[in-house]
Design a protein around this ligand. Structure first.
Ligand SMILES: [Zn+2]
Length: 132
């Protein structure tokens, strides 16, 4: 029995799905795991600076060789892009968890329609329905 056992079970039986408390708790668990995974990933590519609060992307010591510098800058840029993607995913996951607390989870931010449970199962941080 995996995390999504209930959702998979319902999909197999082709039942219309709604966000009952059981489904919600499965999605919450999924989001929490996602959040943890993203946080670990951010720590892996970034390290805390000595003075600053939060994380700063590692910038390896600059060498004197020009080619070496170029590849270090490239790596730094890649890490920054990766870090900002991860931070966005983290924000989305945290927002989704907050919405679960306030009871607004699963509503499209654009049109207010219910986001299908199938979509939430595949992407629990979804903010918009398929039509938007
Ligand atoms: Zn919508």
């Amino acid at each position: 029995m995996g995390d999504m056992a209930l959702i998979n079970d319902n999909l197999l039986k082709n039942k219309p799905m709604k966000l009952d408390s059981q489904v919600l708790s499965e999605l919450k668990e999924k989001l929490l795991q996602e959040k943890m995974r993203i946080e670990e990933e951010i720590v892996r590519i970034a390290k805390p600076t000595k003075n600053a609060v939060g994380f700063d992307t590692t910038f390896n010591e600059i060498g004197t060789d020009e080619d070496e510098n170029a590849s270090e800058v490239e790596e730094y840029t890649d890490n920054l892009a990766m870090e900002s993607t991860l931070e966005k995913q983290l924000t989305d996951a945290v927002e989704a968890l907050k919405k679960m607390g306030t009871g607004t989870y699963g509503k499209c931010e654009n049109c207010g329609a219910d986001i299908s449970v199938e979509r939430l199962g595949a992407y629990p941080s979804a903010k918009k329905c398929l039509n938007c």
